[in-house]
Design a protein around this ligand. Sequence first.
Ligand code: NAP
Length: 303
Amino acid sequence: MSAQFGTWIGTNAPGIYKPQIDPALVDDPRFPALLASAKDGVSFAGQVVLVTGASDANSIGYAIARNFASGGAKVIITGSRDLEKITATATQLATEAGAGSVLPAQVNQGDLTQLDALLDHLKGQNLALTHVFPFAAINHAQLFVGIKPEDYVRVFSINVFGVYHLAAKHARQCPRGVPWYVVVPLSPNDGRLQGSGLYPATKQALIPIVVQGQNEVGDRRNGHYIGVSIAWTRSALMSQLDAGVAGAKAVGLKVFETRDTADVCTLCGTVGGQVLKGSVVDAAGGFGNVDPKEMGKVFAGGH
Ligand SMILES: NC(=O)c1ccc[n+]([C@@H]2O[C@H](COP(=O)([O-])OP(=O)(O)OC[C@H]3O[C@@H](n4cnc5c(N)ncnc54)[C@H](OP(=O)(O)O)[C@@H]3O)[C@@H](O)[C@H]2O)c1
């Protein structure tokens, strides 16, 4: 299977992005200042934003892409299946954003040649990515004893190898003379939640991109590598666990909607994100404060 690309959808009109998030959701002490820096709205005119894993309107990636388009950016969204469906999602996104433009792309993040084709396609259009949001990931609902050899490559290929490949190639092709951002989706799930399979391992494996990327590349080249430790967010990925939302809240967790998580991630890609370089934003909804055993019961058999 090779990568497939649609055509740009939308008016490319200028726009202003305004975050809507309730600041009380985010525990990171640096968040109020980040939010305040965007209180008058942000223009993303001239920005070129890649959001992988945004082909489903219920995904966090979709909500991030919509934020950037609403601020007038050119946004590329990817999914692994069905260009027709991704194109329909892009059309919906462009309509909801009312600004910017959207390019649908069918690119499997687990296939490095497809990622290369995507980057070549953008280069061919003279587009250098100012923002990279490698948000495509698969869940791996499995008890530890049930993890099979074939799972290692499948889950790591998409959740880890593809993200490293994108980040490393982008570092070689990053735009000159302007700030750029790589925002890495992390999870507070370090394995303590029952039935998480290889999912926690793959998310933990991404942390060095933030630190190493910043130290070795970002600091020399106007780049920002920022991780976001993401709370339970009611996305397509988590839909099978919707029944657990009340239980999660009962043990003290904050549960996010996709637009909330997307606001945190989008704000990391603004000038206010400067102070977050090389670090992880705590938008984990209080995960660290909850007794792991209580949490295990909430999530038993799931994410
Ligand atoms: N939701 C949460 O509670 C939560 C918590 C912590 C971290 N996160 C992280 O946040 C990110 C987004 O999660 P989400 O909840 O929005 O996920 P989601 O609802 O499952 O959406 C994932 C998107 O990725 C696409 N995708 C899946 N495999 C792909 C592949 N191989 N190549 C390209 N696209 C692929 C899916 O479309 P196709 O199936 O059509 O490819 C879909 O559009 C992930 O990195 C996740 O680990 C989420």
